[in-house]
Design a protein. Structure first.
Length: 340
């Protein structure tokens, strides 16, 4: 921990700025908080003095007086790949346009760490919180409600959950892709999934594939699942495990594009042609999907729109107190060269 000990005797105050310019402290305060209410020439003189003196407002005092910090917390499962980056960037941009600062934490897919981070962000005065998916101890939702901290769930959609959300139907999206795969004559499917425990997104995607296979008359012996961590190397290892089976699948459906790119790379190392020997699909439509060889068939998720809408909904929820607003975003199948 950094032990920061400022020399308080040398810190300039609001009164120092006012004295330097020859205006009241109220005028300086308005320049900092409501600049449009101050005549341009005066505002410029005040801000010049602020810069010259190195004055910085006392954030803690301002937050205490306003009973809000203008910060929002977000806890995401991982920062190790770009799955959440695009949506989170749009989320931050939308908040920033409204003068709100984003604080981000990563839980590494650990429920205990996520709870600790949520409580820490709440203790630091977060005015709202973005969480990924619904799977967590109900006590956490109760805690946030008692604290008066509005929550928006992203990357998932369940209007029955009683929590505001902006997301998509993971089950329906993956089921549609599975039907597209099966319609091309694939009767043996492999699934490379994130660990399903505590991950409703992964669980719903797997369920979509399994249900599509059952509806097509494929028995459970025609669908094989390998669970792994998210990563290119992990996707490669899981793919090899599936292809080592006696009855290896003709199509491998991956829970996201990162796993799928790993699978395609390992197929090449094993001397398998994608898609002639085996087809591979992903989920998310990251930039990586277009750059892989062959280009990856996947599910397009509107990440930027999800981030923007999540920010708007969180700000609206904070004002209205409504917890039941749910925005369903549509996904699309992007057919590319990895599926035959």
């Amino acid at each position: 921990m950094i032990d920061r000990k400022p020399d308080n005797s040398r810190l300039p105050t609001l009164a120092d700025v006012a004295s330097r310019v020859g205006v009241s402290t109220a005028t300086v305060s308005r320049c900092l908080n409501e600049p449009d209410r101050v005549i341009g020439a005066t505002r410029e003189r005040v801000m010049a003095a602020v810069r010259e003196l190195g004055y910085s407002p006392n954030f803690g005092a301002r937050a205490l007086a306003a009973r809000r910090t203008n910060t929002v917390g977000a806890v995401i499962p991982t920062m190790e790949n770009a799955i959440f980056a695009r949506g989170l960037q749009a989320f931050q941009e939308e908040l920033g346009e409204n003068g709100i600062t984003l604080l981000v934490a990563s839980s590494s897919y650990r429920a205990d760490l996520e709870e600790e981070q949520i409580r820490t962000l709440a203790a630091r005065g977060a005015d709202g919180m973005l969480l990924i998916g619904y799977d967590r101890d109900p006590a956490i939702y109760s805690f946030l409600k008692r604290q008066g901290i509005p929550v928006v769930i992203a990357w998932a959609h369940d209007p029955r959950a009683g929590v505001a959300s902006v997301g998509f139907d993971n089950y329906r999206a993956m089921k549609a892709l599975a039907h597209a795969v099966i319609s091309r004559g694939h009767s043996s499917l492999g699934i490379v999934s994130a660990r399903q425990a505590g991950n409703d997104r992964a669980r719903e995607r797997v369920r979509g594939i399994v249900d599509a296979a059952a509806q097509a008359g494929l028995g459970s012996d025609r669908v094989h699942i390998v669970e792994t961590s998210y990563g290119i190397d992990e996707g490669a290892q899981a793919f090899e495990a599936l292809m080592s089976r006696e009855n290896r699948p003709s199509a491998v459906m991956c829970g996201n594009d990162v796993l799928a790119v790993g699978a395609i790379g390992r197929a090449r190392e094993l001397g398998l042609d994608v898609p002639l020997d085996v087809s591979v699909t992903g989920f998310d439509d990251m930039e990586l999907a277009k750059l892989s060889f062959p280009p990856l068939t996947t599910i397009h998720v509107p990440h930027r729109r999800m981030g923007q809408e999540a920010a708007r909904l969180l700000m609206s929820t904070a004002k209205t107190g409504s917890e039941n607003s749910n925005i369903l975003l549509e996904t699309e199948i992007r057919l590319r060269g990895s599926l035959a």
